[in-house]
Unconditional design. Sequence first.
Length: 124
Amino acid sequence: MKTPLINPERTTYRIDAAGRTLGRVASEAAHALLGKRSPLMVKHRTHPITVVVENASKLHISDARKKGKVYLRYTGYPGGQRAMTMAEMMEKKGVEEVVRRTVDGMIPRNKLRSARMKNLVVKA
């Protein structure tokens, strides 16, 4: 006998980031995106859960963290490794991109990753 799959209804999970640290907010968002807050959690499916992180501009991020955290990317060409500090990232792309990349690093690297990340909304 097979256990029937129940399609959960779409829910919105809101996180207020004012005065909280980046890692704690990102961890809570990743936990919700994975569906672990739902009693109908199934590992092999994405859940219709939208996570909204509000007040991202009011996150508590220390100056040492802004200078010390480095985001690396590779262009694919020899000598093409590019580095950007968190302060530069916040200046160029905003704090929303920093939150998005932090949550992205906490989601498992599998085929469901991009579908889960589409359910993340970050508001300054």
